[in-house]
Write a protein that binds this ligand. Structure first.
Ligand code: HEC
Length: 181
């Protein structure tokens, strides 16, 4: 075999090995491995001011951090709130010349209402209820329940029994929503 032939053969073998390696890694990586937990906090529902119900107390007993809340709200496999909601404050973080910031903070969906000013429309407890289980406020909504692990059908097998956002992460999101006055 000529040297060129050998190099070509080696290249093909290497490409095949790499493809096999990465697809094996992909097959091994399970869904619901971004910290989704099977723990569901117990909480008390009380009457709301603008909605039928609210959850007045933090699920984790201490509240959350708005900076981390922004992270979950823009995380494609976690909250991904911006897939359905426009938030001007988050859009403002997307810089036209920076592809990463555009991918992270840009391109909001308009399936749900804009979340601008949402903290002026609802109490903190109502915002918490809306993240935990929005069907308790809007029974026919397509918005997912972010802190619920039972009652679903045909969930991906890796995700059965998992919530999307843990109690701490729900509190982070609520803390961020509270900044949207
Ligand atoms: C699949 C789309 C979808 C996703 C994802 C989604 N929502 Fe919603 N959300 C909606 C829709 C639709 C409504 C309006 C309620 C209705 O009538 O169905 C709504 C309503 C709301 C409201 C009430 C807004 C108002 O002004 O009345 C809040 C607050 C809210 N969502 C927060 C969130 C947060 C926080 C996240 C991410 C953790 C999120 N949503 C993810 C679709 C979504």
């Amino acid at each position: 075999m000529t040297l060129a032939g050998k190099i070509l053969k080696l290249g093909v073998a290497l490409a095949l090995a790499l493809t096999a390696g990465s697809s094996a890694a992909l097959a091994k990586k399970k869904k619901c491995k971004d910290g989704e937990t099977t723990e569901v906090a117990s909480y008390k529902l009380v009457k709301g001011e603008h909605l039928d119900y609210q959850i007045p107390k933090p699920l984790n007993g201490k509240g959350g951090d708005p900076k981390r809340g922004l992270k979950w709200m823009t995380h494609r496999r976690q909250g991904n709130c911006i897939a359905c909601h426009e938030v001007k404050k988050i859009l403002a973080l997307a810089k036209p010349n920076d592809l990463n910031s555009l991918k992270k903070y840009g391109f909001h969906g308009k399936i749900g209402p804009s979340l601008d000013g949402v903290a002026s429309r609802y109490t903190e407890g109502e915002l918490r209820l809306l993240v935990v289980d929005p069907k308790k406020a809007f029974p026919d909504t397509i918005m997912p329940a972010f802190h619920k692990a039972q009652g679903f059908t045909r969930v991906h097998k890796d995700c059965v029994g998992h919530v999307i956002l843990s109690a701490d992460r729900v509190e982070d999101v609520v803390a961020y929503l509270k900044t949207l006055k």
